[in-house]
Structures are given as structure tokens and as C-alpha cells.
Design a binder for this molecule. Structure first.
Ligand code: I3P
Length: 126
């Protein structure tokens, strides 16, 4: 279950498991490896955690440091070419990192697409 909170004018989506694959780093293509990842959106970053905070707590271990993607100048788009899966969005950073996010439930990924796009738009207008 996820919740939307408002930080200033910026919508922040937090706490949902999505399938994630990093497909390029610094412009260099990577071997695709889909992993179920706990995704959190802050005003300027997308954060990838191995597991939700609740699970980290119940596993009696610290949540661990997330991977973060800086959304400044990022491009977010739907893609049907980068995967055989349905409901895939692609995030490309100015530094040439490329990520795919996917969920079987269309409204889930659609909500993330819109929220990430909004965050990118707010950053570029600021
Ligand atoms: C990849 C794996 C991925 C698939 C990818 C394959 O094989 O099957 O699930 O991506 O297709 O290469 P492997 O495990 O041997 O690396 P999708 O599920 O997104 O289609 P791709 O090479 O066309 O990206």
C-alpha cells in the first residue's frame, strides 16, 4: 500500500514494489536483470531499496542504503521496444543511465509515470 504526501508543491510517491532493470550506465549497455525493488520518489530523486522499511524492520536489519537516480534533466517515457513486458516506462538520465520500471497492473505504473514526470517537470521549471 502506498501513500501520496505533499512536500511543498512536490508530490512524493513512496513505497511500492516495482520491477526494475538498469539497462545502461554512462551510455554503456548493460545486461538486463529484472529485480523486484522497493521504489520511493522524492522531489528530485528516485530511490531504489531492496525491501520496504517494514520488511527491513521485521527482518531485524537496517534498511540499507538505497541506490538513487537524480531526476534533474531526466527523460521519462513509455516504451514498447525495450522489453517484451507490458506496462514499461523508461527513465534516461543526462549522464546516460537508463532504467526500466514495470508493473503488471497498469494503473500502478501509470501513477508512477505521471508522478515521476511531474517531479522532472517541476525540477526543470525551478
Ligand atoms: C533476458 C531476460 C529478460 C529479457 C531480455 C533477455 O535474458 O529474458 O527477461 O527482457 O530480453 O535478454 P537473460 O536472462 O539470458 O539475460 P524482457 O523480460 O524485458 O523482455 P532483451 O534482451 O530483449 O532485453
Amino acid at each position: 500500500h502506498n501513500s501520496e504526501v505533499s512536500v511543498g508543491l512536490q508530490p512524493v510517491l513512496k513505497g511500492e514494489y516495482l520491477n526494475k532493470a538498469k539497462i545502461a550506465e554512462g551510455g554503456k549497455k548493460l545486461r538486463k536483470n529484472w529485480t523486484l525493488t522497493w521504489v520511493v520518489l522524492s522531489s528530485n530523486q528516485l530511490l531504489f531499496y531492496k525491501e520496504s522499511k517494514q520488511e527491513a524492520v521485521s527482518n531485524l536489519k537496517p534498511g540499507g542504503k538505497p541506490d538513487g537516480v537524480d531526476l534533474n534533466g531526466a527523460v521519462i517515457e513509455w516504451t514498447t521496444e525495450k522489453s517484451s513486458r507490458k506496462n514499461v516506462i523508461q527513465i534516461t538520465t543526462p549522464t546516460g543511465h537508463e532504467f526500466l520500471l514495470q508493473a503488471d497492473h497498469f494503473p500502478t505504473i501509470s501513477k508512477w509515470h505521471d508522478a515521476i514526470k511531474k517531479a522532472v517537470d517541476i525540477l526543470s521549471s525551478g
